[in-house]
Design a protein around this ligand. Structure first.
Ligand SMILES: [Zn+2]
Length: 443
């Protein structure tokens, strides 16, 4: 509920943004009035937080002296995009040709991740990754590092220097991986405990216990994951589940007593609020019921799923159970840092599965829906009063083709759909983090 003050003064405003605004206040699947749109809006900020969002014409003359005004008239401002699953160390191996999950890990991923024993390399790629986030309008990411603690320090430091909101953790792998990338149950407990002390709830950082996936962790290490979650309230857990058929079969061999792949994680206490699993393609009804009941979230990774030929995620099945779903790039199996391009592919995944993804639902999945899946919707995801003012300034006529298409789009939904089909980083004119401009196109 927006409480609009009758006047503005320096106590309620230090920064204002004029633009068209779109944000979600609810899930468009359930509510016809789930989004709020201002054609000529004014967002008032104080110390990086939203104070109010109003019509510009009524309020523009009331800005107090000394407040900063960003005039983005003619541009569309949306909450900063939220990527619910990605791997920063894989930035430099994006678009590596032609294999399915398990061979792809062996051939490309593990050799690439070995390089992160070198802190200098980790710093370089972490900086590149955070710059890509900003360039693409992404202000929050849930990120896998590598097995090396240094790789976790690198990504938290780079995110912190840009004030980005980050969920991240050290990959845990004590088997079925090259010797150089293996930890042990004991060493991972020690290293994670240290990293949690250093980074969890430090600024905008959140630590995630990050077992790569069940085949790479022994039962003893999965037990450690459960212990860490028990010891530290508000901790995150991120992993992969049911991505690829061969992977699902392998898990069944490794854990013959478990009812399903998801059940392996469940038996170690790894489902619940702030647990996020990438992919979730080959689940059954009992799995989905368990995810819903436990508050576990799904990261839907369409570009990755198409790229590795893993299968088609069923958004409708998740919807039917009311499971929290956020969109995710899954770089480097995912093929783009752009959440616009990721929505494009999400639409096509739904088409192939005989399902619908409306433009409103799509942008909800990249903003408020993703914030809800990370249990961060009390802080980010829309422009409600008091939220942290992360936002992206979108230029809907960034290319000749987009301009031509937009001239023939008569409704907001048509424009949004063309934006997610044709848009990419060229459309991002600026990205602001807690009010402050951290990226400006061409600068
Ligand atoms: Zn992944």
């Amino acid at each position: 509920m927006t409480v609009v003050p009758s006047a503005l003064d320096q106590d309620s405003c230090d920064t204002a943004i004029r633009a068209s605004f779109l944000h979600f206040v609810a899930d468009p699947d359930h509510f016809s009035d789930a989004c709020e749109y201002f054609d000529d809006g004014l967002m008032i900020l104080k110390q990086g937080r939203v104070q109010m969002l109003v019509d510009a014409a009524e309020w523009i003359d009331m800005l107090p002296d000394g407040s900063a005004l960003y005039d983005y008239s003619g541009r569309l401002v949306m909450p900063g995009f939220i990527d619910t699953h990605t791997h920063y160390p894989q930035s430099e191996m994006i678009a590596s040709y032609g294999l399915q999950l398990l061979d792809w890990l062996e051939q490309y991923t593990f050799p690439t991740e070995e390089k992160f024993a070198d802190r200098e390399h980790a710093d370089k790629i972490a900086a590149f990754f955070c710059d890509q986030m900003l360039r693409n309008g992404t202000t929050t990411s849930a990120v896998f590092a590598t097995v090396h603690s240094e790789s976790v320090d690198a990504i938290f430091e780079q995110a912190q220097s840009r004030n980005l909101c980050l969920v991240a953790g050290k990959v845990m792998m004590d088997r079925n991986a090259p010797e150089s990338l293996r930890d042990t149950a004991e060493s991972s407990y020690r290293d994670c405990s240290e990293l949690i002390r250093r980074w969890h709830l430090n600024g905008r950082g959140h630590y995630a216990v990050t077992p790569r996936f069940a085949p790479c962790s022994s039962p003893a290490q999965l037990e450690v994951c459960g212990e860490l979650l028990n010891e530290h309230p508000d901790l995150y857990l991120q992993s992969h589940v049911a991505e690829n058929r061969a992977e699902v079969d392998w898990v069944a061999e490794l854990f013959p007593d478990s009812r399903s792949y998801l059940d392996v994680y469940d038996s170690f206490g790894l489902l619940g609020p702030r647990s996020i699993y990438g992919h979730c393609i080959h689940l059954d009804q009992a799995d989905r019921e368990r995810m819903a009941a436990s508050g576990t979230a799904i990261a839907f990774c369409p570009t990755s799923n198409l790229f590795l030929g893993s299968g088609l995620f069923s958004l409708d099945d998740a919807r039917a159970q009311d499971i929290r779903v956020g969109i995710a790039t899954d770089v480097g199996a995912g093929t783009s840092f752009s959440l616009l391009q990721t929505l494009n592919e999400a639409y096509k995944v739904c088409q192939l599965a005989g399902q619908r993804l409306t433009p409103l639902k799509a942008f909800y999945l990249a903003t408020l829906g993703a914030a809800e899946s990370l249990y961060l919707d009390h802080r980010i995801g829309n422009f409600a009063v008091g939220k942290e003012a992360d936002f992206v300034v979108l230029d809907l006529s960034a290319s000749d083709l987009m301009q031509c298409r937009m001239e023939n789009a008569s409704t907001l939904e048509e424009r949004l759909f063309a934006l997610m089909m044709l848009g990419d980083d060229r459309c991002v004119q600026a990205t602001h983090v807690m009010g402050k401009r951290q990226y400006s196109r061409g600068q």
